[in-house]
Design a protein around this ligand. Structure first.
Ligand code: FPP
Ligand code: MG
Length: 504
């Protein structure tokens, strides 16, 4: 593979590990440095670790383009917009390299499910307008439909207009030497589609104006189109998920979609720090609205998330403000400040899992399921993705304090302005209880953001956040050590370390 191509498809934060785009010697230095960083037990020879999946990575955007084509030109423009720009692609990269690492497990030890090594579609693929009445359903290929095409295409032969939904184009021939299963490769594409859908929605929610160094989808198009394009990507991702023909994987990936939304809701409402009154209010673009009372006709379930009793007792912002000691006043009762902080950290980590680590952990688990590996390996891969995902988001929250918009490629220093209490400010709050008031009112008073930033600096919030991320990084490396040694495993170790040292 061309190393230039490889570096383009690599997450750009790997540049931090000295992946120079124009110097072979610095590339070599980077690899040597990375070798020192990774497990000392790893004896496999490092060559060019990411060349392992360079073919798949360089085809990623093209393959995804085949999955998201529609007959509507503007929908095509919006839904492909984020794939055009150079993203980190870290999620598909992890799935692909992990799939490769799992190959090292002897075939005899990977018999949990029958494995489809080859991907031969028996379904006639039609370029352009599908034929009305086409009945074909066949095979086990990731490209084969489960329902008759005439149903899926929904073509009315009397309508001459291009249908909005066209059949997916056939994938290019698989690289049989590579060994990554077609379903694992499709999994990598699906994961990036789900992630991209969530970004289109997230930028609307966060009122963001840039992403990947360009105007964000909501700015370049409109809020409405960005939301619809995200929905469309999810729809097409769901079709591709079904065609993996594995109920366990369908369950895992569908759950990640629900988890992303749950995580985003947890972020919208900082429950631990809200009063009972506030819990029944929602912010509608600056205007507080009351949440409609449930009619009782549809029983609603509580979120499974449970925290220590202190956090279920809601904290009144007006009370907590008056306390300058190490305890906060909660609706008449005194709650130990440390318990409140601990509950806030639990809430933060749970939100972080749902928002970021769920997709990584469950896609790693799905890659292992598709590999045919046994239960203990599947669980270990899940834990790896979970630890890496938590590390990734905690670092992201730290970079939000330190990066500039230019290096980040998206708005930086945004979290406090959005009212978000992430790890750095929670560490500062631990030391300075009065910050609870600012957190509860989402830093919405003049000067709050500056006070919070100063406190983060004073109490070494960023250093402690890095330590927290490091622990998850170390756990992820420990998970990797349970896999057989291979270049792919070493590449994952390098990538895991790079997540911790990235600058964007
Ligand atoms: C980025 O977070 C956003 C996410 C990781 C998930 C967002 C999820 C939703 C909007 C729920 C809807 C989900 C789907 C699948 C449509 P960030 O704002 O911290 O990061 P950023 O700085 O990159 O914006
Ligand atoms: Mg955002």
């Amino acid at each position: 593979m061309s190393s230039r191509l490889l570096r383009r498809s690599l997450p750009s934060y790997l540049a931090r590990a000295s992946y120079s785009t124009n110097s072979n010697s610095s590339f070599k230095t980077a690899v040597e440095t990375a070798e020192k960083l990774v497990s000392p037990t790893s004896s496999s020879k490092f060559q060019d670790p990411f060349s392992i999946v360079s073919h798949e990575m360089s085809n990623l955007a093209k393959s995804i383009a085949n999955l998201i084509g529609s007959g509507h030109p503007t929908l095509n423009r919006v839904s492909s917009y984020y794939f055009e720009a150079e993203g980190k692609n870290v999620r598909p990269l992890i799935v692909l390299i992990l799939s490769k690492a799992l190959l090292k497990i002897p075939r005899l030890e990977r018999q949990r499910i029958p494995i489809d090594e080859y991907d031969v579609t028996q379904q006639a693929h039609i370029k352009g307008t599908p034929q009305y009445g086409q009945e074909s359903i066949a095979g086990n290929s990731v490209d084969d439909s489960l329902s008759p095409l005439r149903i899926l295409h929904g073509i009315n032969p009397k309508i001459i207009l291009d249908p909005l939904s066209k059949p997916m184009d056939q994938l290019p021939e698989i690289d049989k030497l590579n060994g990554i299963l077609p379903k694992q490769r499709r999994l990598a594409e699906i994961v990036e589609m789900i992630h991209t859908a969530s970004l289109l929605h997230d930028d609307v929610i966060d009122l963001s104006d840039s992403r990947r160094g360009r105007p964000s989808g909501n700015v370049a198009f409109t809020n409405k189109m960005a939301v619809l394009a995200g929905d469309f990507l999810l729809g097409r991702a769901s079709v591709a998920i079904a065609r993996l023909r594995n109920p366990e994987v369908i369950e895992l990936l569908s759950t990640t979609i629900a988890n992303l939304v749950e995580g985003e809701f947890m972020q919208l409402k900082n429950t631990v720090m809200s009063s009972k009154e506030e819990l029944n209010m929602i912010n509608n673009d600056g205007e507080l609205k009351r949440v409609p009372e449930p009619t009782g006709k549809v029983p609603t379930k509580q979120h499974e998330y449970s925290v220590s009793p202190a956090s279920t007792t809601t904290v009144s912002s007006s009370h907590s403000s008056s306390s300058s000691s190490s305890s906060s006043s909660v609706e008449g009762d005194v709650v130990d400040h440390d318990i409140s902080v601990q509950a806030a950290f639990e809430y933060y980590l749970h939100k972080t899992y749902l928002k970021t680590a769920s997709l990584m952990s469950k896609s790693c688990r799905a890659a292992a399921v598709l590999s045919g590996a046994q239960d203990d390996i599947i669980e270990n891969c899940y834990q790896f993705g979970r630890n890496l995902g938590l590390c990734f988001q905690i670092v992201d929250d730290m970079l939000d304090y330190t990066s500039s918009d230019a290096t980040f490629g998206k708005p930086s220093q945004a979290d406090l302005k959005l009212g978000l209490a992430t790890a750095p400010i929670l560490f500062a709050w631990k030391k300075e209880p009065q910050l609870g008031e600012l957190i509860a009112r989402k830093f919405n008073q003049p000067g709050d953001v500056e006070i919070a930033r100063d406190a983060v600096q004073k109490y070494k919030g960023l250093e402690q956040t890095r330590e927290m991320a490091t622990k998850y990084c170390m756990s992820a490396l420990e998970n990797l050590r349970q896999l057989p040694e291979s270049d792919a495993r070493s590449a994952l170790e390098l990538l895991t370390n790079s997540v911790l040292t990235r600058t964007k």
